[in-house]
Design a protein around this ligand. Structure first.
Ligand code: BES
Ligand code: ZN
Length: 644
């Protein structure tokens, strides 16, 4: 499949970062800083502020209303603004009359209709919305677009009351990264554009709306909610959730939103959030976003967490009862520096968001929970990286990969996260903690509220670390990290003595010299995960039964341990746990937890029959992104269009 772009969208698309002029997508040279996943002509028009006035209809499953875009015309000759849309119905486009040349002062309050059309849709990018604008010399202009969403909007999940924890009221949430925002708002959907936003959200009066903006914990449920996001953010961070939500404070600037049945457990699980922010501020500089709240999502939420500014969205599968999985919160919070403050300019640069954040997450975890906990997680994550590398073609093992003509979701393998983290750990080890931390704080300060490319990072790194302390790491070594496949030979790899013990115990148990009852009596969750993940491909039913009887693995309250156990169950076709497997697949929509299970099930005829049956039941409860991922595994080649 080719992503079609018209030449005139590309004309002079050089970016502020000094990129060379854009090249056609079929050329072999990538243009750093050019966003191949947006139609927006950002060299000609730049949106700086967004105003939403939207009605959320939970019965008809539509969002409708108006978006106002304020923009600067960078090129005075330009007379067409191009926006991103996908599966949207555009009803009308108007321009503020006083923005139009020749308009009189009398027409101040009037809006004039503007011609517009939608280009032919591309399956990944959607349709360019082209709006004709007469010349203007105003420094800031405004347009308003009347629109509504459609049933196929990939960023929206509409849950029926039965699919929620409370079971009484419907729920809506958005999950848009990387390019889903265009399915619920027409705008310049590229992370290199940053805008402030305001929103008026209208809902039934018995539900609450929250957004990635200022949320007032004491707000009255009226059905009319106002939001302000005063800091400029990229489009993928505009987020909304509507449901029967309650709030519970966990600190002066922190709290949790959740449905009633989970709010108490959530507040307990996330009680250390303030300590995490304090750790982040000490290490990386001020937290610049005011409040930091956590929204506990329904179990169908497709990712572990999403770093929506001021309000991280987090999967309920993190609530294990013992804080053992809260590194997800440390991760989403860390994005307040890497990702939300300093943002990847294009999805090729996603490692600047995720690799930095994986590294920052470990630093916060070390500060709050100690070295042992953080290094166990780092070792587990390194193993996932190794597993992922084994299945990736060499080109996709680079930190900044070529995503032209491809879905930018592909940018999010383990590579940007874990190889990115290893690069930063390497620099940390080579230059020493003090120098590296000074570098990091300087980086966040220097690029605050900017979107940058890998090349801009490289230049800053060279000037502020490599050349400042010469003879330690060369520019070529950094380029090898970024561009060569695999893990460089001189990487500084995490080690964990707490996990080495587990290796010993596993060998003893497999060798029959350790009673399963004596196994891991004082183990923490990461040790159990590591124990189960390191099992040989085949285990005997009797051994699985003994393990399960001793440790109740089939009924574990920890979704990660449960996942590792169910992997063994599937691989060994251990039937006594299949009922639990079915329940797990039907209740959890987090891709990382269910995709490997479906993949393994599909390897055998009986497994694939089971997978197909259970998936048919589970599919209506999954987010569109999860549906797309699992469709590709369970019904490859089938046209799933419209069957969400
Ligand atoms: N930004 C990501 C979520 C994301 C990834 C959205 C890919 C869209 C595409 C988020 O910060 C993240 O990395 N979440 C992780 C959790 C983390 C602890 C590694 C996840 O969802 O697993
Ligand atoms: Zn992340």
């Amino acid at each position: 499949m080719r992503i079609s772009r018209m030449r005139w969208y590309l004309a002079g698309a050089a970016l502020a970062c000094g990129a060379p002029p854009a090249i056609a997508a079929d050329s072999s040279r990538i243009d750093p800083g050019f966003d191949y996943h947006s139609y927006a002509n950002v060299d000609q028009f730049l949106v700086t502020h967004i105003e939403l006035d939207l009605r959320v209809d939970l019965d008809f499953k539509t969002i409708s209303g108006v978006v106002g875009l304020e923009f600067k015309r960078l090129d005075p000759r330009a007379t067409q603004i191009v926006l991103d849309t996908k599966d949207l119905t555009i009803n009308d486009v108007n321009q503020r009359a006083t923005d139009v040349l020749g308009a009189t002062a009398k027409s101040q309050t009037f809006w004039v209709s503007r011609p517009f059309h939608l280009e032919k849709p591309d399956p990944i990018l959607g349709s360019a919305l082209v709006i004709d604008l007469p010349p203007s010399r105003k420094s800031v202009e405004s347009i308003r677009i009347d629109y509504e969403t459609t049933a196929t909007a990939a960023a929206l999940q509409w849950l029926t009351p039965k699919q929620t924890a409370g079971r009484h009221k419907a729920f809506l949430y958005t999950q848009a990264e990387p390019i889903g925002t265009r399915t619920w708002i027409p705008l310049q959907d590229t992370p290199q554009v940053r805008a402030t936003y305001k929103a008026e959200i209208h809902t039934p009066s018995n539900v609450l709306a929250v957004m990635s903006a200022g949320n007032d914990p004491k707000v009255k449920r009226t059905g009319d909610y106002s939001f302000v996001m005063p800091q400029p953010i990229p489009s993928y961070l505009i987020a909304l959730a509507v449901g029967n939500l309650e709030f519970k404070e966990t600190g002066p600037r922190t709290g949790v939103y959740a449905e009633k049945p989970v709010i108490k457990a959530a507040a307990k699980e996330f009680a250390d959030t303030e300590s995490m922010i304090a750790a982040g501020e000490k290490l990386f500089g001020p937290y610049r976003w005011g409040r930091y709240d956590i929204l506990v999502m329904p179990p169908s939420f497709p990712v572990g967490g999403m770093e929506n500014p001021r309000l991280s969205f987090v999967t309920p599968t993190v609530i294990a009862g013992d804080k053992s999985l809260v590194s997800v919160v440390a991760h989403e919070l860390a994005h307040s520096w890497s990702g939300n403050l300093v943002t990847n300019a294009t999805w090729r640069d996603a490692w600047l968001n995720e690799g930095f954040t994986a590294y920052l997450e470990s630093r916060i975890m070390t500060q709050v929970y100690g070295e042992q906990r953080a290094s166990m997680q780092a070792v587990l994550d390194l193993r996932s990286l190794r597993d992922a590398l084994a299945g990736l073609n060499p080109k996709d093992q680079a930190l900044a990969i070529d995503l032209r003509d491809r879905d930018p979701e592909l940018a999010f393998s383990e590579v940007p996260y874990e190889k990115g983290r290893l690069l930063l750990s390497y620099l940390d080890a080579k230059f020493g903690r003090d120098r590296f931390d000074t570098f990091l704080r300087g980086y966040f300060e220097h690029f605050a509220f900017k979107s940058i490319t890998t090349e801009q990072f490289n230049q800053y790194l060279e000037e502020n670390l490599l050349e400042r302390f010469p003879g330690i790491v060369t520019h070529e070594q950094v380029l090898a990290w970024e561009n060569a496949p695999g893990i460089p030979a001189d990487a500084v790899l995490p080690v964990s003595s707490a996990l080495s013990q587990v290796d010993d115990a596993r060998s003893a148990w497999l060798g029959g010299t350790l009673d399963p009852k004596k196994l891991g009596l004082d183990w923490v969750a990461q040790q159990w995960q590591y124990f189960l993940d390191g099992m040989p491909a085949e285990l005997k039913d009797v051994d699985l039964r003994r393990l399960d009887q001793a440790y109740g693995l089939t009924r574990s309250a920890n979704a990660e341990i449960e996942h590792s156990w169910l992997e063994l169950v599937v691989r060994n076709n251990y039937q006594p746990s299949f009922a639990r497997l079915e329940e797990y697949l039907k209740t959890i929509g987090r891709r990382k937890l269910i995709t490997p299970l479906y993949l393994d099930l599909m390897k055998t005829p009986s497994g694939s029959e089971f997978a197909k049956r259970v998936y048919a039941l589970a599919r209506p409860g999954y987010h569109p992104d999860t549906v797309a991922a699992i469709d590709a595994i369970v019904t490859p080649g089938a046209d799933a269009e419209g069957s969400q």
